[in-house]
Design a binder for this molecule. Structure first.
Ligand code: PLP
Length: 232
């Protein structure tokens, strides 16, 4: 067993049933992804469209590719043929572009064994840090109430995603994940009560996934804990 495989096995042992592991492989070479694949890992997360696009043909067909970072409008077409889940949708314009590209690439998607619609999560901003990405809970409510998203019939909203503050203060982190989980439950009840697909809570990274799991996470996105430090 390699180091990467040992770390994956250890993390898997800690995940309760119903929590899936996204191996965040951004900036790492295919050889490392292949090690993880050999350990049974099938879900890989990337945060750059071009990098994801280049890695897809280099890995086996049954890999589930997730896009986890901020996605620019003009990059959607690069990942639309192969992506299984886009984690961080934070505007109507981005959702509409994903809708357009899902329609355009529906045959390529089906040929690749993917559903014709593209699954997405809405990104919630709960951290203390100033960032322009993600809806505040109030903005998310306004976005859903406004209703234009319902016209995006080639997109399936499957839940929420968030990142906690980058801090050692785990009580701060816990508070943020709790806000995210409360928002998830209230939004599910108000807008997705009839949708069995709205069920994912994507929170938890290398330093905080244990706390995230205690706060309802169904998907942890772990990079450095598996692959070691990234070289930028
Ligand atoms: C890089 C990244 C991760 C993984 O971070 P680690 O601390 O290496 O586990 C998770 N989520 C997002 C959105 C990222 O960009």
């Amino acid at each position: 067993m390699t180091e990467i495989q040992g770390r994956i096995a250890a993390i898997r042992g800690e995940l309760p049933e119903g929590v899936r592991l996204v191996a965040v492989s951004k900036f790492h070479p295919i050889s490392r992804l292949a090690e993880a694949y050999a350990a049974g890992q099938r879900i890989f997360g990337e945060s750059r469209a071009q990098e994801l696009r280049e890695k897809v043909p280099a890995m086996p067909q049954d890999v589930e590719w997730h896009f986890i970072g901020h996605l620019q409008l003009n990059k959607v077409k690069l990942i639309a043929p192969s992506v299984r889940l886009i984690h961080a949708v934070d505007s109507l314009r981005l959702m509409q572009e994903i809708d357009r590209q899902a329609d355009r690439f529906s045959q390529a998607r089906q040929a690749a064994g993917l559903p014709p619609t593209i699954d997405v999560l809405l990104q919630l901003h709960v951290a203390r840090e100033e960032t322009k990405f993600g809806f505040s809970p109030e903005e998310l409510e306004a976005f859903l109430a406004e209703g234009s998203w319902k016209a995006c019939t080639h997109v399936q909203i499957c839940g929420l995603m968030c990142m906690a503050s980058n801090t050692d203060d785990m009580e701060q982190v816990r508070g943020e994940f709790q806000i995210a989980y409360q928002t998830f439950r209230s939004v599910r009840e108000r807008y997705f009560a009839a949708s069995s697909s709205f069920k994912e809570c994507s929170w938890g990274m290398s330093e905080d996934y244990a706390v995230a799991i205690a706060c309802g996470s169904t998907m942890v996105r772990i990079g450095s804990h598996i692959f070691g430090p990234r070289e930028y």
